[in-house]
Design a protein. Structure first.
Length: 48
């Protein structure tokens, strides 16, 4: 008996979980570099 394999593309729980995790990681890294350098995120990339 074969198990039904759920696709891993599009708006599925698997993709949304990873999107959330990566977004939280990006915010954490952005805030950490802001604290270490004393510049805002936009200032670090040369916009602000």
């Amino acid at each position: 008996m074969q198990e039904k394999i759920e696709p891993r593309f599009g708006f599925v729980n698997f993709a949304e979980t990873w999107n959330g995790r990566l977004a939280m990681l990006g915010i954490l890294i952005g805030l950490s570099t802001e604290l270490l350098t004393g510049q805002g995120i936009l200032g670090q990339i040369g916009i602000g």
